[in-house]
Design a protein around this ligand. Sequence first.
Ligand SMILES: Nc1ncnc2c1ncn2[C@@H]1O[C@H](COP(=O)(O)OP(=O)(O)OP(=O)(O)O)[C@@H](O)[C@H]1O
Ligand SMILES: O=C(O)c1ccc[n+]([C@@H]2O[C@H](COP(=O)([O-])O)[C@@H](O)[C@H]2O)c1
Length: 213
Amino acid sequence: MALSHPTTGLTLSPGSRVGLLGGSFDPPHAGHAHITREALKRFGLDRVVWLVSPGNPLKARGPQPLERRMAAAREVMDDPRVTISDAEARLGTQATADTLARLAAAHRGVRFVWLMGADNLRQFHRWENWRQILATVPVGVLARPGDRIAAQVSVTARAFRDARIPEEAARRLPFADPPAWCFVNVPMRAQSSTEIRARGEWPESTAPAPKSS
Ligand SMILES: Nc1ncnc2c1ncn2[C@@H]1O[C@H](COP(=O)(O)OP(=O)(O)OP(=O)(O)O)[C@@H](O)[C@H]1O
Ligand SMILES: O=C(O)c1ccc[n+]([C@@H]2O[C@H](COP(=O)([O-])O)[C@@H](O)[C@H]2O)c1
């Protein structure tokens, strides 16, 4: 039986195609589950890992405690191909560039793909070492209401125009040498954590944003 990695806690086989969906998941919702299933199908992935973040470095307030968000994520996403992970807390990383460098070193031979919604592609150039992220792993972007068009003309999309893989060839993405990214026009779902918190169905955290290590 395969053993989990002592630091990341993940069990991943060399050669497998693994999507990484980083998120605050504050709370997790059906939109996350939907893009995960679409990513598995469209990019031909074997697995998806939900990296439940200690806190988005760009957000002013911290989220609900990690354990609470992990437990809620397990309820929303019950699929043997999907792992709910606290790897970032274990590694002590918060910036995605650092997380990816550590995961790639810990899981050599795994074909990682960074997954995100179109809203994150729109502001990707504000992320720490964003060019390094694109130099490390292929990136799969999933359409999201309100951001589908803006994302495709964003700073990142324009700067890395030549690295774009056409949607029809999405299954090539996990095998592509970085930089490579692909935008897929999946059916869109409107769910958002902000809206769920605004409806009072999940408490708004009062915690300060966690400090970067
Ligand atoms: N409905 C959705 N459609 C497409 N992508 C989504 C959707 N909901 C979340 N995502 C993507 O999932 C990842 C994690 O999202 P996150 O946990 O921040 O949820 P969120 O609903 O965007 O939260 P918030 O409203 O607090 O910003 C991000 O890459 C985000 O773009
Ligand atoms: O590394 C960064 O600078 C960075 C800036 C913004 C967001 N991220 C990551 O993007 C993922 C989605 O964040 P969020 O809050 O939109 O769910 C999550 O894994 C964050 O850690 C990372």
